[in-house]
Design a protein around this ligand. Structure first.
Ligand code: PGA
Length: 253
């Protein structure tokens, strides 16, 4: 069955002590909140915070994600963090192919494909991001861009591995800008992505895939976005750093 998910992406924010306090606040809320079994909460923290956050929460109720992993397995790659090191901490997910990684750190579609391989090989579930830039949307190329990003990333991904993948649609023009895609704009792309997954795999797999929307999701707009038939939750940046806002978004799912 398709899961509904609210995932926080803390990006490069908070010191460990602050992240721990945030995780504890969310954990206190989740303890009392009756979350249906098909709904999941994830927090995506900096690498330095992962162990602390895994220890700070009930990992049956709040799942922890990294925001990246190395495309290499192990060895002489100074500064890199391998998927099996992340998994070893009790972390279950990692964000892969976020537009900020594509823009600033050279995460091309090819690199993203190798990172996905590392996730699958080490039992991490990737949250695979895609999304068009403003000029691509204005040129009417958004469908084409999304299709190419997903086809390239998933080229060698088997159906079995794909089943462990969450897809996130994040229009670059909506990230951190306060300019959310309208529910209709987002739904149009989500339905397109689901159709593409049906072509790449099959209709059942497409129907079971969780597709998150990201880009200026907040306490005020979450419910309308999540009400769309193909929007299965959100990948939330800024609003995931404030416990009350993130809790409102969890309630909206
Ligand atoms: P935002 O970020 O919610 O701050 O726009 C979303 C993301 O980049 O995942």
């Amino acid at each position: 069955m398709r899961k509904k998910i609210v995932a926080g992406n803390w990006k490069m924010n908070t010191l460990v002590s602050q992240g721990k306090a945030l995780a504890e606040e969310l954990n206190a809320f989740m303890k009392t909140y009756d979350m249906p079994a098909n709904k999941t909460v994830i927090i995506g923290t900096p690498f330095t915070h992962l162990s602390t956050c895994v220890a700070a929460v009930d990992t049956k109720k709040i799942h922890v994600a990294a925001q990246n992993c190395s495309q290499f397995e192990k060895g002489a790659y100074t500064g890199e963090v391998a998927a099996n090191m992340i998994k070893d901490l009790g972390v279950e997910y990692t964000i892969i192919g976020h537009s900020e990684r594509r823009q600033y750190f050279g995460d091309t579609d090819e690199v993203i494909a190798t990172k996905l391989d590392q996730c699958y090989a080490n039992g991490l579930s990737p949250i695979l991001c895609c999304g068009e830039k403003l000029e691509e949307r204005e040129a009417g190329k958004h469908f084409e861009v999304i299709e190419s990003q997903l086809r390239n990333a998933l080229k060698n991904v088997s159906p079995e591995n794909f089943k462990n993948t969450i897809v996130a649609y994040e229009p670059v023009w909506a990230i951190g800008t306060g300019k959310t895609a309208t529910p209709e704009q987002a739904e149009e792309i989500h339905a397109f992505i689901r159709g593409l997954i049906a072509k790449l795999y099959n209709a059942q797999i497409a129907d079971d895939t969780t597709i998150l929307y990201g880009g200026s999701v907040n306490a005020g707009n979450a419910a309308n976005l999540f009400a769309q038939p193909d929007i299965d939750g959100g990948l939330v940046g800024g609003a995931s750093l404030k416990a009350n806002d993130f809790i409102s978004i969890i309630k909206a799912i």
